[in-house]
Write a protein that binds this ligand. Structure first.
Ligand code: ITT
Length: 191
């Protein structure tokens, strides 16, 4: 069994990823290793932000680790909220962030969007990246209560329910994060 630190403070993400790599790896959170630092996320791309997380842990603790940066890209908003997904409205309050997205999209017919995840892995002094994306549309109301973030307003293509109306298992089987984590897990299996 291999111990890896997942550079996240988001308990939902840790749960989602732990479920996907379950038997092979023990994932530790930032809290588990006693890291309460506010790791900088100042990049202009998901990849830059993901790498900032693993660079930080590798430099400070010398640990093998991975970190992801994810977000929602809405075509009619030129890819926003993108790297600003967590704080689009200026706060981490998701009600406000969703409200801002819906107000910007009021009356807009083009509703296409995608969730994207980039994972940065630091292992054996080497840097690797894994990517996942899922295409869908933004609806004009909130539906469902499971998941987190923008899940209540995102319907993946080929489905008629939002991510927040799906069980965790169903979301995990198709999500951007699961695609990226699947690539990470495949890589680690060969390790
Ligand atoms: P960490 O940086 O601590 O990992 P975070 O919540 O900031 O946690 P990300 O940077 O990966 O997570 O994602 C930024 C935001 O993008 C996140 O807060 C959500 O609002 C949104 N997001 C990412 N993945 C999502 C998903 O699966 N469903 C809904 N929203 C998601």
């Amino acid at each position: 069994m291999l111990e890896l630190v997942f550079a996240t403070n988001n308990a939902h993400k840790l749960e989602e990823v732990q479920a996907m790599v379950n038997d092979n790896f023990v994932l530790k959170s930032l809290k588990d290793i006693g890291c309460t630092d506010d790791i900088p996320e100042t990049g202009e791309t998901f990849a830059e932000n993901a790498k900032q997380k693993t660079d930080y842990l590798a430099n400070k603790y010398g640990l093998y680790c991975f970190g992801d940066d994810s977000g929602l890209e809405i075509d009619a908003l030129n890819g926003e909220p993108g790297v600003y997904s967590a704080r689009y409205s200026g706060s981490r309050d998701m009600e406000k962030n969703i409200e801002l997205v819906l107000s910007k999209l009021a009356g807009v017919n083009e509703r296409t969007a995608r969730f994207k995840t980039i994972i940065s892995l630091y292992l054996n002094e080497k840097q690797h990246f894994f990517e996942g994306a899922i295409e869908g549309v933004i609806i004009d109301e909130l539906r469902g209560t499971s998941g987190f973030g923008y899940d209540p307003i995102f319907i993946p293509n080929g489905y008629d329910r939002t991510f927040a109306e799906m069980s965790n298992e169903q979301k995990n089987s198709i999500s951007h994060r699961s695609i990226a984590v699947g690539k990470l897990a495949d890589f680690l299996k060969k390790f």
